[in-house]
Design a protein around this ligand. Sequence first.
Ligand SMILES: Cc1cc2nc3c(=O)[nH]c(=O)nc-3n(C[C@H](O)[C@H](O)[C@H](O)COP(=O)(O)OP(=O)(O)OC[C@H]3O[C@@H](n4cnc5c(N)ncnc54)[C@H](O)[C@@H]3O)c2cc1C
Length: 417
Amino acid sequence: MKSNYDVIVIGGGPSGSTVATLLAKQGHRVLILERAKFPRHHIGESLIPYTYFTLEKLGMLERLKKSDFTIKQSVQFVNSQGKDSAPFFFPDLDPGEWSSTWQVTRSKFDEMMLNNARENGVDGIEQANVKQVLFEGETAVGVQAIINGETKEFRAPVTIDATGQSAMISRQFKLRYGDEKLKNAVIYGYWKNAIRDEGRNAGATLVIALPGTQGWFWFIPLEDGITSIGVVAPPDHIYNGRSDQPGEILDALIAETPGLARRIVGAERVGNIYTTADFSYRSRRAAGNGWALVGDAFGFLDPLYSSGVMLALKSGELAAEAIHEALVAGDYSESALGKYGPKVAQGMQRIRMLVYAYYDPTFRMGPFVRQYPHLKNDITRVLVGDVFEDDLSELFDTLGRHLTLPPEIKIEETVSA
Ligand SMILES: Cc1cc2nc3c(=O)[nH]c(=O)nc-3n(C[C@H](O)[C@H](O)[C@H](O)COP(=O)(O)OP(=O)(O)OC[C@H]3O[C@@H](n4cnc5c(N)ncnc54)[C@H](O)[C@@H]3O)c2cc1C
């Protein structure tokens, strides 16, 4: 086992595998330390089309095309009375190959990504639990991990936190900004033979409003006839005055939701029921001296528009560009490593503003689109994840006249952590 690298990545989820693979492709010596043994369960199954471009750079497209993952071409919203709206079909925006994407079983997808990293030269060690990032003064110089019961140290000029919601570094330095308006609870499970549409909407993610609250259900058609179904709503609405069994709560909430109840007639629940919190947050900094944050370790946004894996991939890609330049220049300062931060933050903020629109009880998207039909394409752009380059100011200026949008969380550059 080597102990010196150019880059150490903590966490082998999509963000960690992305940044590691792209840096290894540039010839850098990269180590991933992953706590779990893959394949392991993970939520976050619905991709959005903009993942295509990073997946292409990673060399993952052929594997995905050969996989049995469901092809996704649309997202469809269903109101609390059970009325289906017209789906947003991504290929209507642009018929290019990129506009179709996949619904993925994450245990398989994440393992494919980690193996792809290894095939590109990354050393990937599973069941390696990183206990701490090592600092010399204010500069990160490596990590300490437990592997097979033994404590090991690994050293590198750059350490990347890709630990997902564990968010090791931003928690340690108290850099997390929690979003008070986006604090939900989640219960989810899997059903066999739920009723899907036919044709090009068969692989759609459905977002089905939960009556009596601003909560919603996801309905994500996976391979082998399995559908992932989960509820996202304020903790009080999910837990107060209900059973203490999550499976019973989920069944009761489904029965209260006509747009979902009719889709699981004759379907059978399979596997475990999971509960989790769904509190959005972002780190105020993207990097420090010798360290950088990617994916959920940088920020987590409500899963309403299935943006998490896209943001994980894109932040990994943009971070890899900045870190490659920093390695070539031998400059591991915060300003060199963190160049990608503002762009990732801008993309997250744009999606966050559309998330606020959904949860605002005074706002309805249908009438908004009818009033401003020329903005429908911009909305679809956000839904596909095209949030990093184009000017979307007309959409958000117009939305801002109809509801209160959240202020931006600025990236702070601080000399000391
Ligand atoms: C309820 C819910 C629904 C969601 N739905 C969607 C969706 O439909 N589509 C979508 O795109 N996104 C969705 N997401 C978001 C998505 O799950 C995440 O954005 C995505 O997994 C982030 O990837 P990541 O690589 O940053 O982190 P993760 O995928 O969480 O990977 C982090 C890895 O780090 C490892 N790790 C943690 N701590 C350590 C340590 N100390 N040492 C070593 N390894 C460590 C973990 O084992 C893990 O493998 C959802 C999230 C939630 C909560």
